[in-house]
Design a protein around this ligand. Structure first.
Ligand code: AMP
Ligand code: MG
Length: 351
């Protein structure tokens, strides 16, 4: 299949520029498009045929459900069985935006979209291209991230091309996305709201609107623990992984630098290609290896935005071993660290 690549300026575009993409979606084809979080791989959520194509193009396990993207609050009532009070409040506060909510599904939502579950994930994106694509096509768009399953999520069209060229009908190239990490997922299908995946919308922000919110134990997990099963099926898979072995080193900054320098020196002696994911604050303290700064700790937003591009860059460099500093606090750092731990297959050294 030939993949058509169409550039579109998110700040200024005409309706007609989306007509071919809309046409493809209506005939159950696949279109990758920018959202404010990462690029999504879109297909018609209400048709099993389109969902099957999404799983095939990504090589995604079929038990890993898709998020349905809508353009207006009315659409929600056509998809979900019940909208709890707390969900209404959260929608008011955070939609359109980087928050996905889990509801009990209506019968007509196909199980192929929900990975066989009786619940459904829904999000209203704020990106103008995503919004307009949903509105103009009249299609509820099922869209996981537009990467090959297991690879870092795409934050620019080049990443989508790298993974999916020749496997999907069209890529809308709207440049780099703003946030760079997937949406926060909160489950509202049970009595108590539970965060299943951390993201740009933090626990504090959610609690300010609806009171106490739980966090799925799998989210805070620092090691591979077979006894803790993630409630979001997708969170159990190794994800976002570069080809080389990524290890995260955690502790006091000076000790971390010292440890990484020692590990890098060891691998270089063995003739390996080694890279370091450092920060602006520490990059000059690394003596050897390919040292890449992921941004300043004072601006976690820019670190989040550049994380996946950096992980893909590690592949381009051919890095066999990669050492990264750690991130953690209770805001965006938690989402960053959650993705990094998965990318590292939970290889974590504490110093
Ligand atoms: P992606 O769109 O690639 O970011 O993946 C969607 C994420 O949402 C995956 O981690 C899924 O497991 C999760 N998800 C989607 N639908 C549900 C659902 N009904 N219940 C729990 N998690 C879900
Ligand atoms: Mg994904």
């Amino acid at each position: 299949m030939k993949t058509k690549i169409q550039r579109i300026n998110p700040e200024m575009f005409q309706d007609e520029e989306l007509s071919e993409a809309c046409e493809i979606l209506r005939r159950k084809g696949l279109v990758a498009f920018p959202t404010e979080t990462v690029y999504g791989l879109g297909g018609d959520a209400m048709h099993p045929e389109a969902a099957a194509k999404i799983y095939a193009a990504k090589g995604r396990p079929s038990d890993n459900p898709l998020i349905i993207h809508i353009a207006g609050i009315d659409d929600l009532y056509n998809i979900v069985a019940e909208v709890p009070e707390k969900a209404k409040k959260l929608a008011e506060a955070f939609w359109p935006g980087p928050l996905t909510m889990i509801f009990r599904k209506q019968r007509q939502v196909p199980y192929s979209t929900t990975g066989g579950l009786d619940t459904v994930a829904v999000r209203m994106p704020s990106h103008p291209v995503a919004m307009e694509l949903i509105r103009q096509s009249g299609v509820y768009i099922a869209a996981p991230s537009a990467n090959t399953s297991g690879r870092p999520s795409p934050t620019k069209a080049e990443h989508v091309i790298e993974d999916l060229d020749g496997r999907i009908d069209m890529i809308l190239d709207g440049g780099m996305v703003g946030i760079g990490l997937e949406s926060t997922i909160i489950d509202l299908s049970d009595k108590e709201p539970v965060i299943l995946r951390p993201g740009y919308v933090t626990r504090n922000m959610l609690e300010d609107v609806v009171g106490e919110v739980q966090v799925d134990p799998a989210v805070a997990n620092r090691e591979l623990n077979p006894n803790i099963v993630a409630k979001a099926p997708g969170m159990k898979y190794r994800h976002y992984a570069p080809k080389g072995q990524l290890t995260i080193v955690e502790g006091e900054s000076d000790a971390v630098v010292e440890k990484i320098n020692a590990l890098v020196a060891e691998h270089l002696k063995e003739g390996m290609k080694v890279a370091v994911i450092a920060t602006e604050e520490t990059k000059d303290q690394y003596a050897q290896g390919v040292v890449c700064s992921i941004g300043s700790r004072k601006n976690e937003g820019s670190i989040a935005a550049g994380l996946y591009d950096m992980l893909r860059e590690m592949d381009h460099l051919g890095a066999q071993y990669i050492y990264a500093e750690s991130f953690e606090n209770d805001s965006l750092g938690q989402a960053i660290m959650n993705r990094m731990l998965k990318a590292a297959g939970y290889h974590l050294i504490k110093v």
